[in-house]
Design a protein around this ligand. Structure first.
Ligand code: C2E
Ligand code: MG
Ligand code: MG
Length: 683
C-alpha cells in the first residue's frame, strides 16, 4: 500500500535539505514501513443524549518507546510529501479496526480522518479514499474526511471536486478548525461539507465574553441553515458544554470527555456508549439475564464444555477484568461457547458444509455429539432467546465466542444461523432477538433464484426455470445531479423512483428535491415507469398529513402511476424523531398512507429490517406494500458475494421491492446510484 511520496526529499528541500533533514526523512520512511505510527481515537459526543456519536482518528508516532504527537512530525511530513502516505496509513488502520468491530458484531460509529492539503497536488484523492474503504467493506457513511479550513486558499477547485466526489460515494466531509483562519465563509458557501468543526480557539472566549458568544451562535445558526452538522472541538469545561447546548450545537469533542485514546481504551468507551453530565464515562449496560437461566439450560453441557473452553478463553483474565459483572456472565460465556463448539462439531460431521476449513474447526473440537444431543441444545437456546428477547451479552464476550466460532464473517450472521426463528441484528450496543411473527404475510423469496449479471452487478429474480421475473430500478435524488435519462433507459433500467422532497431533520421544514421536476420530465420523456418517494421526519400525524399533501400537490401536473413511498429511515442525527415510540411512528405512517391512498395513489413504505421490526408495529401496516432496504456491504464489485451480509432472507416478511445496493453504476448517471429489484410491477 505504501506509495512513493509525491515530492522526493531533495525536490522538496532543494539545497536546504541538510544531513539532519535527510536522516529524519529516512527515519520517517522507516517508521512507515515498520508501522510505528499508531492511531488514537478521540470520542465525539452527541450533545443531546451524551452518547458517543463518533470519533476522530489522530496519528501518533511510537518512537523508541515515546509517543510523539503530530506536531513533532506532521509539519515536516507536509513539506516532504510524506504526509500523503501517513494520511492513507491512518485511513487504512482505521478501516482495518472498523472491519474488526463489524466482524465482532459491534455497532459502528462514524470515524473521521484528517487529510492534509498536500493531497491536492494531484487528482484522484477521493477515488483512492473510496478504494480503501471498499477494500475493507466499510459502509461509506461511517467515514468522514476532515479538511482544514485555512489549507485551501490556492486549491479550492480541487477541494470542491474532492468533496463532491466523496459525497457521491456516500463519504462525509468536514471543514476542520473553522473560525481559526480567514477563508471560512467562502468555503461554506461554495462547498458541500456535511459537518463544520468549530475551532477550539473560539470556545474559551465564548464563555467569558458576550461578543464571542454571539460569533459562535451565528456560526452555528448559519451552518444549520446550510443543513450542516455542527461540532465544537476543544470542549474542556462544563460551562462550555452548557453554552454549546444552549446554542444548539450538535456534537462536542474535547478533554472534558476524553483525550485521544489508544484503541483499547476507545473500545471501552464504545462499550460504555456515552458520558455523564460531568464528563465521566457511563457505566456499561448490564446484562439482564440471571445465573439460574444459564444454569437451567446449561447443566447438561457445562462440564464437557469447560475442558475445551479453557483452552480458548483465558478465564482468569476475563474474570478479573469484569469482576463486577459477576459470575453469571462467565457462566453464560462458557455455555455459549460450549454450544458453539457443539454445533460446529455437529455441522462438520453431519453436513460437511465447512469442508474447506475442516482442519481448522476440528482442531477446536474434542468430542463429537449425536443428533439428539444437539437437538436438545438447540431447543434450549431458542427458549432462552424467546424469554430474553432483545437482550443478550456484552460485545466483549460475544467477540470472544467469535474467535472460537471463527468460521463466520460476522457475529450477527453467526447468531442468525443459530437462531433461525428469530431476527437477529445489532441496534446500538445490543444484540436483538425478535421472534418472527408468523401471522404476518411472509416473504417467499428464495436466495437461489437470484442471478447477478457479472459485468454490471445488476441483480434479477427468476422463476424455477431461470426466466427473469423481476424488474430493475433505480431511485434517485438531487445527489445524482443531472441525469441523462435516455442513457439510463438504454442501460436496461426498467423503472425509476424519484425523490420528490424531504423534511429536513435539522430544520423540520419540508423541501422539494431540487432535481425532482427535472427528473420527472427527463424520465417521463424517456418513457420510464415512475414512482416517487418522500423522506419523512414527521413527529406527529398532522405533520404526516402535511407531508402527504405536499406530495399530492407536487404530483398534480404529472402522471404518476407507481407507488408513492414514505421513506422511514434514520438520519445521521436522529434528533427529531428519536423519541417516537413504535406505536407513534406507526400512527404517522398510517396517516401518510391513508392520505396518499385517498388521493388515488398506491402508498408504499421504505425502511430497513431494524426499523420494520423494532420501530414500527408491522401488524398494523399489513395492507401496505413494503420496500425493503438492505444494501450495506454490497459494493460495486460484481464478484463480491451478495449473500454474506445482505441476504434478502434476513427479512422474513413480504416485500414488493428490495434495495440491494447504494453503489450501483448506470450509464447516464455520474457517481453511485441505488439499485432495486422489483418483484411485482405496477405498469
Ligand atoms: P485537529 O485535527 O484539529 O485535531 C484536534 C486536536 O485538538 C488534537 O491534537 C486533539 O488532541 C486536540 N484536542 C482535542 N480536544 C482538546 C481539548 O479539549 N483541548 C485542547 N487544548 N486540545 C484538544 P493532536 O492529536 O495533537 O493533533 C494536532 C493536529 O495534527 C490535528 O488537529 C491535525 O491537524 C493534525 N493531525 C493529527 N493526525 C493527523 C493525520 O493523521 N493526518 C494529518 N494530515 N494531520 C493530522
Ligand atoms: Mg481534525
Ligand atoms: Mg481541529
Amino acid at each position: 500500500m505504501l506509495q512513493q511520496p509525491v515530492l522526493s526529499a531533495k525536490q522538496a528541500y532543494g539545497e536546504q535539505f541538510d544531513v539532519k533533514g535527510l536522516n529524519f526523512f529516512r527515519r520517517l520512511l522507516l517508521a512507515l514501513q515498520n508501522k510505528e505510527f499508531v492511531v488514537y481515537f478521540q470520542p465525539k459526543v452527541s450533545i443531546q443524549d451524551m452518547k458517543i456519536a463518533g470519533a476522530e482518528a489522530l496519528v501518533r508516532w511510537n518512537y523508541d518507546g515515546q509517543v510523539l504527537p503530530p506536531v513533532k512530525f506532521i509539519p515536516f511530513c507536509e513539506r516532504t510529501g510524506l504526509v500523503i502516505d501517513i494520511d492513507f496509513y491512518v485511513l487504512e488502520e482505521t478501516c482495518r479496526k472498523m472491519r474488526e468491530w463489524m466482524d465482532a458484531g459491534m455497532q459502528l460509529v462514524r470515524i473521521s480522518v484528517n487529510f492534509s492539503k498536500y493531497h491536492f497536488n494531484e487528482e484522484g484523492v477521493a477515488e483512492r479514499i473510496y478504494n480503501v474503504i471498499q477494500h475493507y467493506g466499510i459502509p461509506p457513511e461511517y467515514i468522514e474526511v476532515e479538511f482544514t479550513e485555512t489549507a485551501y486558499l490556492d486549491k479550492e477547485e480541487l477541494l470542491e471536486s474532492t468533496v463532491d466526489k466523496l459525497r457521491s460515494y456516500g463519504i462525509k466531509s468536514s471543514i476542520d478548525d473553522f473560525g481559526s483562519g480567514y477563508s471560512s465563509l467562502n468555503l461554506l458557501q461554495n462547498m458541500d461539507f456535511e459537518v463544520v468543526k468549530l475551532d477550539k480557539s473560539l470556545l474559551g472566549k465564548g464563555v467569558e465574553n458576550d461578543k464571542a458568544k454571539k460569533v459562535i451562535s451565528s456560526i452555528i445558526h448559519m451552518a444549520k441553515e446550510l443543513d450542516m452538522e455542527v461540532l465544537a472541538e476543544g470542549v474542556e469545561t462544563a460551562e462550555e458544554l452548557k453554552l454549546l447546548r444552549g446554542l444548539k450545537c450538535d456534537i462536542v469533542q474535547g478533554f472534558f470527555f476524553d483525550k485521544p485514546l489508544p484503541v483499547a481504551e476507545f473500545e471501552k468507551r464504545l462499550r460504555a456508549g456515552g458520558y455523564k453530565e460531568d464528563g465521566s464515562v457511563k457505566e456499561p449496560e448490564r446484562i439482564k439475564m440471571e445465573l439460574k437461566d444459564v444454569e437451567e439450560i446449561g447443566n447438561s453441557s457445562k462440564n464437557e464444555a469447560n475442558s475445551s473452553l479453557n483452552r480458548y478463553l483465558n478465564y482468569e483474565e476475563l474474570y478479573d477484568r469484569k469482576r463486577n459483572n459477576g459470575m453469571f456472565i462467565a457462566g453464560l460465556v462458557m455455555l455459549l461457547v460450549a454450544i458453539t463448539v457443539l454445533l460446529i462439531t455437529f455441522f462438520v460431521i453431519k453436513s460437511g458444509k465447512f469442508g474447506k476449513k475442516e482442519a481448522n474447526v476440528s482442531s477446536v473440537v474434542e468430542k463429537t455429539y449425536t443428533q439428539a444431543e444437539v437437538d436438545e441444545l438447540v431447543s434450549g437456546r431458542v427458549a432462552l432467546a424467546e424469554e430474553e428477547t432483545r437482550t443478550l451479552v456484552e460485545r466483549e464476550y460475544l467477540s470472544q465466542i467469535r474467535e472460537v466460532a471463527g468460521e463466520y464473517s460476522g457475529m450477527t450472521n453467526y447468531l442468525r444461523s443459530l437462531y433461525p426463528d428469530n431476527l437477529v441484528f445489532t441496534d446500538g450496543s445490543r444484540y436483538n432477538f425478535v421472534a418472527i411473527n408468523k401471522d404476518l404475510k411472509q416473504s417467499d423469496v428464495l436466495e437461489e433464484l437470484f442471478v447477478r449479471d457479472e459485468a454490471t452487478g445488476y441483480l434479477y429474480y427468476t422463476d424455477a426455470s431461470g426466466n427473469k421475473t423481476s424488474y430493475l430500478g433505480i431511485d434517485v435524488s438531487s445527489h445524482q445531479g443531472n441525469i441523462d435519462w435516455n442513457s439510463v433507459k438504454a442501460a436496461g433500467i426498467d423503472f425509476a423512483v424519484l425523490r420528490c422532497g424531504i423534511r429536513g431533520y435539522g430544520t423540520g421544514k419540508i423541501v422539494e428535491d431540487t432535481q425532482f421536476k427535472n427528473n420527472m420530465l427527463g424520465a417521463s420523456n424517456a418513457d420510464l415507469p415512475l414512482a416517487v418517494y418522500f423522506y419523512t421526519q414527521a413527529i406527529t400525524t398532522e405533520e404526516a398529513v402535511e407531508e402527504a399533501q405536499f406530495v399530492i400537490d407536487l404530483l398534480k401536473p404529472f402522471t404518476v402511476k407507481g407507488p408513492v413511498v414514505l421513506d422511514v429511515e434514520s438520519a445521521s442525527s436522529d434528533e427529531r424523531i428519536k423519541d417516537l415510540t413504535a406505536g407513534q411512528r406507526t400512527d404517522i405512517i398510517l396517516a401518510f398512507c391513508d392520505a396518499i391512498k385517498q388521493a388515488g395513489y398506491t402508498p408504499m413504505i421504505y425502511a430497513d429490517s431494524r426499523f420494520y421490526t423494532l420501530r414500527m408495529e408491522l401488524e398494523r401496516l399489513e395492507e401496505y406494500d413494503k420496500w425493503y432496504a438492505n444494501y450495506n456491504n454490497l459494493g460495486r464489485d460484481p464478484s463480491a458475494s451478495i449473500w454474506s451480509y445482505n441476504s434478502p432472507l434476513l427479512f422474513p416478511y413480504k416485500y414488493r421491492m428490495w434495495q440491494y445496493s447504494n453503489t450501483g453504476r448506470v450509464n447516464g448517471i455520474d457517481g453511485n446510484v441505488d439499485l432495486n429489484v422489483l418483484f411485482d410491477k405496477w405498469w
